[in-house]
Design a protein around this ligand. Structure first.
Ligand SMILES: Nc1nc2c(ncn2[C@@H]2O[C@H](COP(=O)(O)OP(=O)(O)O)[C@@H](O)[C@H]2O)c(=O)[nH]1
Ligand SMILES: [Mg+2]
Length: 661
């Protein structure tokens, strides 16, 4: 046994509505499509109505004083709705409900879902002249499946302030078919046609009866010609198929005086009266047609909405990557002047601790112990072209301390600015796979703007320049509140907290100590490689590792990669100077092969050291500056993705179901 369409479609559409709400909660407004209208339309025109026994709703609509209330009273054969007087008299929808339906409690929730509002009985005629929720009366004079609505004028109000428009719109949205009544004065009114066009065709196409109130001198042909014009305005080209029948009401002063009801006459031969036509409507057929067109339109729109949600989520991802990249760049800047010297000293200490006895003895003579560091400093200054200060050891320690502070704060301030800015501007090495992916994504977003989606909040670009990829990425609206909180946080507090962490940052941590120890062991283990080196070897050993480490680290100019961190051997000094530095203390003592060996051995330890420092600095930056924003990006992105996926699955399943129907 197959499920009926409602058993499948209703839960699917309900779930889609929930996911759509969640998507907008997570990502903010990402689409220009009116998603509230979408949800309302789906609820009113599809989910509430798939019950085959649900009553059929026909709404009388039209401009002010065209005779809506008079027609309503005529069709229910009761004088209930106030007629005449000033235009815009009716401020509420009045529903005439067959007694059977009105007294059947099971229809009430469904009816209220269709109106999207509670439905109260009409107590006095006056109530209709105040705006408010729809009212109803019970009647015996309508076919028992039909509910008839008298709706507020949609065109009253001066200077295009249509006071009733919203009220009318709601009432018309709830109807299965419309009975459009117009006069010779307003049948060609552009604004009225535009409004009706929108109501009838925005989501799904609804069919209409035309009632034309004319001077008795008009021929039926005149009426038909004018009706065709109206049909064309309302439905574009193939409007005639949507018109269920054209009727005329001839002007009659006795009607105006309230003495007799309207006489509604068909304009084509063999055409049933309006009452009969209404009675003969097959609600299930009309509703099925409507549900099909509504669903087809709603699913097309849903697809656009999903695309926009994807877009928004992609922009969020890219923004997060951009901010992370900016953070890496900042960490690298902060690291630029971290005390490489401390690392070198530490290595020298570890090295000498494991010296064989005879070398220890040599050291105790006091000749070489401090030499490495002094030598390095001198060499460094020599290479950089700075004069050697009188007391180098004491001075550079303090100097570099200040430098660390300055660099850390400068880098943090740069990152802070990026984090609160309406867009993040950063760069990545152009060649990596991440850069290529980012560039493709950004190009994709900027080259194919989607008119249904909210436009970007600022300029987005990926520009290759001198081996780098320059990125400009607008901040995603989901972090706006966090950016504001960050803006309110004083920089003074952030900088103080950063500086408190500084000592911990510069201290050589245990992991690096272990690495240095390993390096020392390795060097010792491979000393036979150097056995060809001359007599001065032992002295050279004191200098070599420290010098080489400094050289190596100084020469790795760009340790920061896009998302991960990588050390690359781009020389600060150039390869020539690197060798000059290594070779300087022992000009004749080291061979090319040994140098390469040395470089290979030093690379991992230098890398470990840099990585651990970069990690620490990035952690510090995240704690003090970017953490909440990055976390929001991550969480919102993941949550959005789940809802978008579920929403898209819903579209797919509904389409399958429609195909089977
Ligand atoms: N002369 C004439 N007046 C009519 C006819 N039908 C309605 N009217 C008048 O037109 C005015 C507006 O009618 P009403 O039903 O209140 O229009 P509504 O604003 O569209 O609801 C009232 O004064 C009616 O009496 C008609 O057939 N002939
Ligand atoms: Mg009226």
């Amino acid at each position: 046994m197959t499920n009926s369409p409602d058993q499948v479609l209703i839960p699917l559409l309900k779930a889609m509505t929930t996911h759509l709400t969640a998507m907008e909660e997570v990502l903010g407004s990402f689409s220009r499509i009116d998603t509230k209208l979408w949800q309302r339309s789906v609820a009113q025109k599809v989910t509430s109505r798939l019950n085959p026994n649900f009553p059929f709703i026909a709404a009388i609509c039209g401009g002010g004083s065209s005779g809506k209330s008079t027609l309503f009273n005529t069709l229910i054969r009761q004088k209930v709705s106030p007629m005449g007087g000033v235009a815009g008299l009716n401020r509420r929808t009045l529903a005439a409900i067959p007694k059977d339906i009105a007294t059947n409690d099971s229809f009430r929730p469904a009816l209220e879902a269709v109106f999207n509002e509670p439905l109260e009985p009409l107590e006095s005629e006056k109530a209709l002249t105040h705006p408010g929720t729809p009212l109803y009366i019970e009647t015996h004079n309508l076919p028992n499946h039909l509910i008839l609505l008298d709706t507020p004028d949609f065109d009253t109000g001066a200077n295009y302030t249509f006071a009733n428009r919203e009220l009318a719109e709601k009432a018309l949205e709830s109807a299965d078919i419309l009975i459009y009544i117009f006069t010779n004065a307003n049948y060609n009114n552009r604004e009225n046609s535009r409004f009706m066009h929108q109501v009838l065709t925005t989501i799904g196409r609804r069919k209409t009866f035309f009632v034309y109130r004319v001077d008795p001198s008009f021929s039926d042909e005149d009426v038909k010609v004018h009706a065709a014009t109206v049909a064309e305005h309302l439905y574009d080209k193939n409007g005639s198929t949507e018109i269920l029948g054209v009727y005329r009401v001839d002007e009659n002063n006795r009607v105006a005086d309230g003495q007799v009801p309207m006489t509604v006459t068909p304009v084509s031969p063999n055409q049933p009266s309006l009452e009969t036509a209404l009675e003969e409507i097959n609600p299930r057929q009309v509703r099925f047609d409507l549900a099909q067109t509504v669903l087809a339109d709603a699913l097309d729109q849903a697809e656009q909405v999903a695309q926009c949600a994807h877009r928004s989520q992609t922009i969020l991802d890219i923004y997060r990557d951009g901010l992370k990249s900016a953070q890496s760049v900042a960490a690298k800047e902060a690291l630029k002047h971290l005390p490489v010297e401390a690392l070198v000293k530490r290595f020298a200490k570890i090295w000498t601790r494991s010296d064989p006895g005879y070398i220890k003895m040599m050291r105790r003579t006091g000749k070489v112990l401090d030499l490495p560091v002094k030598g390095i400093v001198k060499t460094y200054r020599w290479v950089k072209g700075t004069p050697t200060p009188k007391k180098p050891v004491a001075n550079w320690e303090t100097l570099s301390d200040l430098k660390i502070e300055a660099n850390l704060l400068t880098a943090a301030a740069t990152l802070f600015k990026q984090a609160v800015s309406h867009r993040v501007v950063t760069e990545l090495p152009a060649s990596g796979p991440i850069s290529q992916k980012m560039r493709a994504t950004i190009d994709g977003l900027t080259n194919t703007p989607n008119q249904h989606c909210q436009p970007l909040q600022g300029k987005m670009s990926a520009t290759p320049k001198a081996g780098q990829l320059e990125l400009a990425i607008p901040a995603h609206p989901v972090v706006a509140d966090l950016q504001e909180i960050l803006r309110q946080t004083t920089w003074k507090i952030i900088s103080q907290q950063l500086l408190e962490q500084k000592t911990a940052l510069t201290a050589i941590n245990q992991q690096v100590d272990g690495d240095l120890q390993n390096l020392a062991d390795q060097l010792r283990g491979q000393m036979d490689l150097w056995h060809r080196v001359r007599e001065g070897f032992s002295a050279f050993l004191n200098i070599l590792p420290a010098t080489a480490a400094v050289t190596y680290i100084l020469s790795t100019g760009d340790p920061v990669g896009a998302v991960g961190i990588k050390v690359k051997l781009a020389s600060l000094f150039g390869l020539h100077d690197l060798y000059a530095l290594v070779a300087l203390p022992t000009t004749s003592g080291i061979h090319k092969a040994d140098r390469q060996q040395l470089e290979q051995m030093l690379a991992p330890v230098a890398q470990t050291w840099l990585n651990s420092k970069l990690d620490e600095i990035q952690t510090l930056f995240e704690t003090e500056i970017t953490g909440p924003i990055l976390e929001r990006c991550q969480k919102s992105g993941t949550a959005a993705k789940d809802h978008i996926d579920a929403f898209e699955k819903g579209i797919h399943s509904c389409r399958n179901r429609l195909k089977q129907a």
